[in-house]
Design a protein around this ligand. Structure first.
Ligand SMILES: *Cc1c(COP(=O)(O)O)cnc(C)c1O
Length: 229
């Protein structure tokens, strides 16, 4: 494939996903934000989607994300960090991103708060919930949300915006139960904290079900950018 053909395909895929998300949003009478997950894809692809109007991009790996933020700083992009964070990487994340979706312990929240540069607005954060209760996975249980939410709410340089999950691969009925449980937890959190407005759930393979269950931010990589290499 020539570069021109692959850029054309990229734009077609992006427009297709965007139209699908808009149609589902309308069907369920709610606004749904599309986060383009650009991990393992080059800056040229990000710039091409940006030209089509996309502003929110998600990255998983700290160094790769920071390199892209720096390379594309002339563009008006809102960068979301959606990967696991080790404590020795919090400073880079806090200095370069506007949002973090993967807060699952006090220590990381504290460091992100303390390391947020004074000239930047508060960092928007989501609590990651281990909704499928997977041993190996990041995230907290539903029962532990209130304590972490309260801790985050006390940090001047963090704004608690909501919840995020990455369910295990499983059958649709079980997935629906988990998305529904997330939505209930989100509604409860919203009642407690007025600024909470984001439920980040749904990826390329399950965005339709996620939106049907109340998601208002889907994180889409493959369906826009193609397979990662
Ligand atoms: C990679 C990734 C995505 C995007 O996944 P696709 O299946 O490629 O759409 C979304 N969220 C997180 C946390 C990811 O790591």
């Amino acid at each position: 494939m020539t570069d021109l053909e692959s850029s054309h395909n990229l734009i077609q895929r992006y427009q297709g996903v965007k139209a699908e998300v808009e149609a589902l949003a309308k069907q369920h009478d709610q606004a749904v934000a599309l986060l383009a997950v650009s991990k393992k894809h080059p800056c040229e692809s990000i710039a091409a989607i940006y030209q089509q109007g996309q502003r929110c991009f998600g990255e998983n790996y700290v160094q790769e994300g920071v390199d892209k933020v720096n390379a594309l700083k002339e563009l008006d992009i809102q960068w979301h960090f959606i990967g696991p964070i080790q404590s020795n990487k919090t400073r880079l994340v806090s200095e370069h991103f506007s949002w973090v979706h993967t807060i699952d312990r006090d220590k990381i929240a504290q460091r992100l708060n303390d390391q947020r540069p004074a000239h930047l607005p508060a960092l928007n954060v989501l609590i990651q919930v281990n909704i499928s209760d997977q041993d190996s996975k990041s995230g907290i249980s539903l029962n532990d949300i209130p304590a972490l939410a309260e801790m985050i709410n006390q940090q001047p340089n963090l704004t608690l915006r909501g919840l995020m999950c990455i369910p295990a691969p499983q059958d649709e009925a079980q997935l629906k139960n988990e998305f529904t449980a997330m939505h209930q937890a989100y509604e409860k959190l919203k009642q407690q904290y007025a600024q909470v407005d984001t439920l980040s759930m749904g990826m390329s393979g399950d965005l339709e079900l996620a939106i049907a269950c109340g998601s208002n931010m889907v994180r889409v990589g493959t369906a826009i950018f193609g397979q990662r290499i």
